[in-house]
Design a protein around this ligand. Structure first.
Ligand code: ZN
Length: 114
């Protein structure tokens, strides 16, 4: 087995645990429009109270949406769903002014622009 020389000698946790949050992205189309909106906001790391305020709905409704989202995208926690949200931001965010770009990792080459 070859290891990348990133200065850290680790086994890939996705291989180790069998849980890869990218798989959650495959299930995004099972979500309703409102659930996609909640998931997009969940990716910001906001708590339920702030999500409720942002969406103009009750906190218990936010909790219900998150429970449905977590189950539909095959995750077990809201944190895992938030990771899926971050991975799928480009698919979830429809704001034409969104300027989100991949975060460069020091010491790694950036992929060539398409
Ligand atoms: Zn965006």
């Amino acid at each position: 087995m070859t290891r990348r020389s990133n200065g850290v000698d680790t086994i890939c946790p996705h291989l180790l645990t069998g849980h890869d949050p990218r798989f959650g992205v495959w299930w995004l189309e099972t979500l309703t429009g409102r659930e996609k909106e909640v998931l997009l906001l969940l990716g910001t790391g906001l708590g339920n109270r702030e999500l409720a305020r942002q969406l103009g709905i009750a906190e218990r409704t936010v909790k219900a949406h998150i429970a449905n989202i977590v189950e539909k995208i095959g995750q077990t926690t809201r944190t895992q769903a938030a990771i899926v949200s971050a991975l799928a931001h480009d698919a979830l965010c429809s704001d034409p002014s969104c300027a989100r770009h991949p975060v460069p990792v020091p010491g790694q080459r950036r992929p060539a622009a398409a």
